[in-house]
Design a binder for this molecule. Structure first.
Ligand code: F6P
Length: 350
C-alpha cells in the first residue's frame, strides 16, 4: 500500500512521534510505502511531497515540531480546492492518507472523505489545547502543561522577591485545560478560564485584595488567552484579540488579556504587577515521555487502521486503550472543562 502522511494546523510536541510510529509499523509489519506531504494540506494542493523511509524517522522521537512542516491551509475552503486535493491524492497513487491535526485538519479530512469515498483517510488528533472531544487526551498537552508549570514555578520566586502579582497568560484557545492544569500544578492563586466568564471585581480584584490584606506579599494569576469578562449572566462574555484577522478556518488570534488584568491590578488595588505571555514556548521543544509514548501509540494505531482498510476514522485514547473511532461525531465539538474542574478551581485562593 502507498500511504500519504501530513501534519496540519499549529504544530505540537509529539507530531514526529506519530510519523515515526506509523512508518515503523507500516513499513515493518504491513509492507507499506510512505509519502510525506509537506506543509499540511498545502502539500496535497501544490504537490509538495517526498518519499519517507525509516532512515528519515529513526532519530526524530525526541524532536519537537514536525519534520513535514505544517500550515493552516484549508483544502475545502473552495469547491475547486477540494477537487484539486482529491485529484492529487489519486494522481500520487495513494491508497490512503494519514492526516495528523486538530479539529480543522480532521474536519477537512472528513469533508473530503464525504465527497469521495475512495479517498481513504485515517485521522490522528493533535493539539496542545487538549480540547478534542474524540479522545480523552491529545499528545502535546502534557508537554505544554509541564512547560507552563515550570514557568509558573519560576515566576513565583521572582514575584515573591519583589512583592508583586504576576499574571501569566496561557494558550488553549476557547478551552481552559492548559490554564487549569498548569495553574493547579503551579499552585496559582487565581485561575481564570474561558469556560467561566469572570467578574473583574468579584473574581480577581477582591480576592487579591483580601490576600494582600491578610499579609500575602505576592500572588500568581493564571489566565487563559480565551478567558472572558462577564458582561451579563446570559451573554457569553467578551474576548480579547491580538488582531481581528481570521485564518482559513475562521479563527481569530486571541491574546492580550494578561496585560489588561495586570494594569487593572496596579491601578485598582495598588499592588505592583507584571504580566507574562507564555505563547509559543508552550508548543516548542522536546515532547515529554508521556507525549512520546502516546504519539507513538497513535502512529502505530493509525497504520493498523489503514492496513485494516478503515477510513473516515480517527485514532483515540479511551481510558488506557488506543482505538479507532468514527470521525463522524467525534470532531464536531470541542471538549471543555466540566463543572467538576470549575468546582475546584477557586479552592486555593486563600
Ligand atoms: O491550537 C493551538 C494553539 O497554540 C492555540 O492554543 C493558540 O490560540 C493558537 O494555536 C496559536 O496559533 P498560531 O500559532 O497561529 O499563533
Amino acid at each position: 500500500m502507498k500511504v500519504g502522511i501530513l501534519t496540519g494546523g499549529g504544530d505540537c510536541p509529539g507530531l514526529n512521534g506519530v510519523i515515526r510510529g506509523a512508518l515503523y509499523r507500516g513499513i515493518l509489519n504491513h509492507d507499506m510505502e510512505f509519502v510525506g506531504l509537506k506543509f499540511g494540506w498545502r502539500g496535497l494542493l501544490e504537490m509538495m511531497y517526498r518519499p519517507l523511509g525509516l532512515d528519515d524517522v529513526r532519530e526524530i522521537l525526541p524532536v519537537g515540531g514536525t519534520i513535514l512542516r505544517t500550515s493552516r491551509t484549508n483544502p475545502t475552503k473552495t469547491e475547486e480546492d477540494a477537487r484539486i486535493a482529491l485529484a492529487n491524492f489519486h494522481e500520487l497513487g495513494l491508497d490512503a492518507l494519514i492526516a495528523i491535526g486538530g479539529e480543522d485538519t480532521l474536519g477537512a479530512a472528513y469533508r473530503l472523505w464525504q465527497m469521495d469515498d475512495s479517498f481513504a483517510v485515517v485521522g490522528v488528533p493533535k493539539t496542545i489545547d487538549n480540547d478534542l472531544s474524540g479522545t480523552d487526551i491529545t499528545f502535546g498537552f502534557d508537554t505544554a502543561i509541564n512547560i507552563a508549570t515550570e514557568a509558573i514555578d519560576r515566576l513565583r520566586t521572582t514575584a515573591r522577591s519583589h512583592n508583586r502579582v504576576i499574571v501569566v497568560e496561557l494558550m488553549g484557545r476557547n478551552a481552559g485545560w492548559i490554564t487549569m492544569e498548569a495553574g493547579l500544578a503551579g499552585s496559582a492563586d487565581i485561575i481564570l478560564v474561558p469556560e467561566k466568564p469572570f467578574d473583574l471585581d468579584k473574581d480577581l480584584l477582591e480576592p487579591l485584595k483580601e490576600l494582600h490584606e491578610a499579609g500575602r506579599e505576592y500572588a500568581i494569576v493564571a489566565v487563559s488567552e480565551g478567558a472572558k469578562i462577564e458582561v451579563d449572566e446570559d451573554v457569553d462574555g467578551s474576548l480579547f484579540f491580538q488582531d481581528a484577522e481570521r485564518d482559513e478556518f475562521g479563527h481569530i488570534r486571541l491574546g492580550g488579556i494578561g496585560k489588561i488584568l495586570s494594569n487593572e491590578i496596579e491601578e485598582r488595588i495598588d499592588w505592583e504587577s507584571r504580566h507574562v505571555v507564555l505563547g509559543h514556548l508552550q508548543r516548542g521543544g522536546a515532547p515529554t515521555a508521556f507525549d512520546r509514548v502516546l504519539s507513538t501509540r497513535f502512529g502505530i494505531a493509525a497504520a493498523d487502521a489503514v492496513a485494516e482498510g478503515k477510513s473516515g476514522v480517527m485514532v483515540s485514547l479511551r481510558g488506557t486503550d488506543v482505538i479507532a473511532v468514527d470521525m463522524t461525531d467525534e470532531i464536531k465539538d470541542i471538549r471543555r472543562l466540566s463543572q467538576n474542574w470549575l468546582d475546584i478551581k477557586d479552592l486555593f485562593r486563600k
